[in-house]
Design a protein around this ligand. Structure first.
Ligand code: ADP
Length: 249
């Protein structure tokens, strides 16, 4: 594949914990404007891989290249500023603020990390307009002035997505976006993820294989820290080694 098509590439990505290799020589190729899923049985190394990409861990070997730039040793905040942002973190929203206030805080944070430290107050109005736009885009407009803490679990997840989008990421890293959601909320979040991927890229770790088959353009299957298979759902789900890993693993 043409390197310019890949927004994210890892080469030989490896993470060793005191002699135990949790992630071994992983080469990922995440194509721009696609939904890419990382799956695998328990203990496969998905979480470790995700933590390497989000810079919560530093790899013992290998490289991570985002938009042609080596970010292997770039910290989490600097990586986020480059456009690679993790979402669905444990309670990244403020329960005591309203829905719209949460989005404004996120937009404000984006502003304060750019180079405009001082802005006349009137320049905040576009920020307010942008916050309303985002709330509408994710479909929370009827909950705009509700306290975030009073939202249903599914709507909190949607609000988290809105606050992540406020940072205007090119690549969203989603850690089990459907975890804990009921059928209806899964449909709602899936639809949002699909819309996000129209002009951004999504890489997600997800256990729900129905969701993975429904949403993913590309799936990477990990087992015991290594890539076992990569391709679309039809190709990986018909792969005997993948079946074996899921049933026998
Ligand atoms: P998955 O998310 O696919 O279930 P993990 O990445 O959580 O897999 O774990 C992969 C392997 O690495 C597991 O065997 C786990 O016990 C091990 N592991 C994960 N984190 C650590 C750590 N901090 N120290 C030692 N071993 C770890």
């Amino acid at each position: 594949p043409d390197a310019k098509d890949n927004i994210l590439e890892t080469r030989g990505l490896t993470m060793e914990f005191r002699g135990f290799v949790a992630v071994r020589n992983v080469d990922l190729n995440v194509k721009r404007h696609t939904i890419h899923a990382l799956i695998g049985p328990n203990g496969a190394g998905k979480t470790t891989c995700f933590n390497l990409l989000t810079k919560f861990l530093r790899p013992t070997a290998g490289t991570i290249v985002f938009n042609g730039q080596d970010v292997t040793r770039t910290g989490p905040a600097a990586t986020a500023r480059l456009g690679m942002v993790r979402s669905f973190q444990i309670s990244s929203i403020f329960a005591h603020l309203t829905v719209i206030e949460n989005v404004r805080v996120a937009l404000q944070r984006k502003l304060s990390t750019s180079f405009h430290f001082w802005k006349p107050k009137s320049s905040l109005y576009p920020l307010h307009a942008r916050a309303d736009e985002l709330i509408e885009w994710v479909g929370l407009e009827t909950h705009r002035d509700a306290l975030a803490g009073d939202l249903s679990y599914g709507r909190k997840r949607v609000l988290e997505l809105a606050t992540t989008l406020a940072l205007d990421p090119e690549l969203l890293l989603l850690d089990e976006p459907m975890a804990g959601l009921g059928h209806e909320d899964i449909g709602r979040v899936a639809e949002l993820v699909r819309r996000v991927a129209q002009d951004r890229t999504v890489l997600m770790v997800e256990h729900n294989l129905d969701v993975v088959s429904d949403l993913s353009d590309t799936i990477t299957v990990l087992t015991r820290g290594s890539v076992l298979a990569e391709g679309d759902y039809a190709s990986v789900s018909s792969n005997p080694a993948v079946r074996e890993a899921y049933i026998g693993g």
